[in-house]
Design a protein around this ligand. Structure first.
Ligand code: NDP
Length: 312
């Protein structure tokens, strides 16, 4: 039976790491790290996400600036707000909650965000930096997947990774990150031929499709590590439930390790938003780059605090 990769524990460790680092800032002058969240309209799911993100921001010791705009807000008004946040020294990260209303160009607004504050990693500059192997702000979901994979497997060098899904927010950056960690990477999509056979060759299988329990146990190479990004709402015996893109029960019999849904990739995505805000803060202030992997070694306690180390 596969080990369950506990995203909640990983996320707690990462939050503890960030909180400990921020606590060390007390010895420093200047603004604490700040994250601005921008929500346009009143989609209930988006409202919950933004509230959750804002709460975790404050819990970690950062400042949360929340902007909730009317669904009728024009693109020009939104761009004006983004320009103000770009110029605001208290704001280190800007999170634009998607989707935006249809009358606004998502691409134009994302690309108006100052790349150094683009904590979602969606700005074309960050996409280009990641693609060319340079220091970037990396999209939160694939970053969280990488942290869990490294925590689970150590080095990923030489492994064959198959990523199902090629979206700009998950599939493509995931593939870039796996490549940067020396995996041999195959990206699959709707038109891939014989997907089950391709998946059977994967040491690492990342699934980001949005189809409930599509990946079955006979798609899995024995001993593989499976990361299930999908979140699908289904009706089971009259009750609404969340399931992933992977048929967890049967796949867990064949795989070596697997993320559950819920409780896998989801919690790490929000924790990585905090990580990216902390990274943006450190880069702005010329502080040491946060360590993507240090947090997984210990449970947030006794983590070497860069600021304390510098102070000594
Ligand atoms: P998109 O809809 O943007 O992309 C889905 C991808 O899956 C596309 O590349 C599509 O291929 C591919 N696909 C669809 N059907 C098939 C199929 N039958 N066989 C092979 N490939 C297929 O989705 P996202 O990447 O935004 O999200 C994917 C899932 O991850 C969703 O369930 C979403 O809710 C979840 N998610 C979870 C997050 C978290 O924090 N846990 C964060 C972000 C997303 P093609 O390009 O050819 O159309």
């Amino acid at each position: 039976m596969a080990k369950v990769i506990d995203g909640k524990t990983f996320a707690r460790r990462l939050r503890n790491y960030i909180t400990a680092q921020i606590a060390g800032l007390k010895e420093y002058q200047g603004e604490p790290p700040g994250l601005a969240t921008v929500l346009v309209g009143s989609d209930p799911a988006s409202e919950v996400y933004v509230r959750n993100k804002a709460k975790q921001t404050v819990d970690a010791g950062m400042v949360s600036f929340q902007y909730s705009l009317d669904a009728g807000t024009s693109e020009a008004e939104l761009l004006q707000l983004i320009a103000e946040l770009n110029a605001d020294p208290r704001v280190h990260g800007i999170l634009l909650q998607l989707p935006l209303p249809l009358h606004i160009s998502t691409e134009r607004v994302i690309n108006a965000i100052e790349p150094a504050k683009d904590v979602d990693g969606f700005h074309i500059s960050n996409v280009g930096l990641l693609g060319s192997g340079q220091k970037a702000l990396v999209p939160c979901t694939p970053l969280g997947c990488m942290m869990m994979l490294r925590g689970q497997l150590g080095s990923l060098k030489g492994m064959h990774a198959v990523v199902i899904g090629r979206s700009n927010i998950v599939g493509k950056p995931m593939a870039q990150l796996l490549l940067a960690d020396d995996c041999t990477v195959t990206i699959a999509h709707r038109h891939t031929l014989d997907l089950p056979n391709l998946c059977r060759q994967a040491d690492i299988l990342v699934v980001a499709v949005g189809r409930a329990e599509m990946v079955k146990s006979d798609w899995i190479k024995p001993g593989a590590t499976v990361i299930d990004v999908g979140i699908n709402r289904v009706e089971r015996e009259g009750t609404a439930r969340l399931v992933g893109d992977v048929d967890f029960k049967t796949v867990a019999v064949v795989a070596d390790a697997i993320t559950p849904v819920p409780g896998g990739v989801g919690p790490m995505t929000i924790a990585c938003l905090l990580f990216n805000t902390w990274t943006a803060f450190c880069r702005r202030n010329g502080l040491p780059e946060p360590d993507e992997n240090a947090f997984s070694l210990v449970d947030g306690i006794g983590v070497l605090n860069e600021f304390q180390r510098q102070a000594n």
